[in-house]
Design a protein. Structure first.
Ligand code: PSU
Ligand code: MN
Length: 313
């Protein structure tokens, strides 16, 4: 089966790739499952605009009626954001969604896979998935997919609802560098501190681009660029920890399992925090989009398996 027939690239992404201009991938589970309407559509559009202002083309990735979208036209973004029952698509779910002509938001894992095939090298998200607390062997496919795909993923650490030391151990096992953006400490999504250390540190987006290029030349896969959220939006650890405990307990009592865990717990934390966590979430997403664009402008373009880039002059 020809690869290209499953994909649809937005006009903006096509034109950027033809010219060898930088592109930044954005995930869509945050749109379909992470944020309430209408904040979800607004945030998605704001992230795209921040990427553009940073000199790169945004490629919001998702699946609409079985088509893998790499970059969405405005109506497509709207349709996905307003879908009544979108699927949450991790890597394992992509083929089924395409074959069954379903729609859904792609997680970090699935977005990484699609972005890599399209030759995109930088990706902005909120917080990656990872090793869950108290749940035997619930480990997000975000981690294994990160290990395999040659992309820089800009995030505010891993979601604070997770087992953060366990997540960092797993990333080490998988050979994924965890690089702090102007910090030694691994950020904890809603808060700037976790008490845990990154494996490395850079002071600028340009330095990160050089590090990534070197990692790839040496045979490495994905890298995390962990950027703490802006100080005025950050929540104190002691404050958020209590809400997370309650939310995790509620999930257990309700018997929430598998793919439903992350969206359930994040939504519950948002309710308990009176939207303080939602505000932090929006702030860190936008912050990461800006940094991702800057990293992308410092990387030289490459051709994906879709073969859309003309040969470099
Ligand atoms: N942000 C949210 N809610 C989510 C996610 C992000 O506010 O559900 C998604 C991300 O796309 C992340 C995924 O990749 O959750 C991880 O889910 P799991 O632990 O099931 O792999
Ligand atoms: Mn899981």
């Amino acid at each position: 089966m020809a690869l290209a027939k499953f994909y649809k690239l937005s006009k903006e992404v096509q034109s950027a790739q033809r010219r060898g201009w930088p592109v930044v991938a954005l995930e869509s589970t945050v749109i379909t499952h992470g944020l309430p309407q209408p904040e979800n559509l607004k945030l998605a559009q704001e992230m795209e605009d921040i990427v553009r202002a940073g000199g790169a083309a945004p490629a919001t990735i998702g699946v609409l009626k079985g088509q893998l979208l790499v970059g969405m036209e405005e109506e497509e973004l709207q349709e996905l954001a307003q879908d009544k029952a979108p699927r949450k698509l991790s890597s394992r779910d992509l083929a089924a969604a395409v074959a069954q002509e379903a729609s859904g938001g792609t997680t970090v894992a699935a977005t990484l896979r699609v972005a890599a095939q399209a030759g995109i090298q930088v990706f902005a998200t909120g917080g990656i998935g990872g090793v869950h607390r108290n749940a035997a062997r619930d480990v997000s496919a975000d981690l294994s997919e990160l290990a395999r795909r040659q992309l820089v993923v800009v995030c505010a650490g891993a979601k604070a609802i997770l087992d953060l030391p366990g997540t960092l151990e797993e990333l080490e096992t998988l050979g994924v560098p965890v690089i702090g953006y102007q910090t030694d400490e691994f950020p904890a999504f809603y808060s700037r501190e976790s008490g845990l250390r990154n494996s490395g540190r850079v002071e600028s987006a340009e330095e990160m681009a050089t590090l990534a290029q070197t990692h790839w030349t040496l045979g490495g896969g994905g890298l995390l660029l962990a950027a703490p959220l802006p100080g005025d939006a950050a929540l104190a650890h002691e404050q958020i920890d209590g809400w997370i405990e309650v939310a995790l307990k509620d999930a257990q009592v309700e018997g929430v399992r598998g793919q439903a865990v992350t969206p359930y717990v994040l939504k519950r934390v948002s309710e308990l925090s009176g939207d303080k966590s939602l505000k932090a979430n929006l702030a860190l997403l936008k912050n990461n989009a800006g940094i991702a664009a800057e990293v992308a402008t410092h990387l030289s373009p490459k051709t994906g398996q879709l073969g859309l880039l003309p040969k470099q002059a």
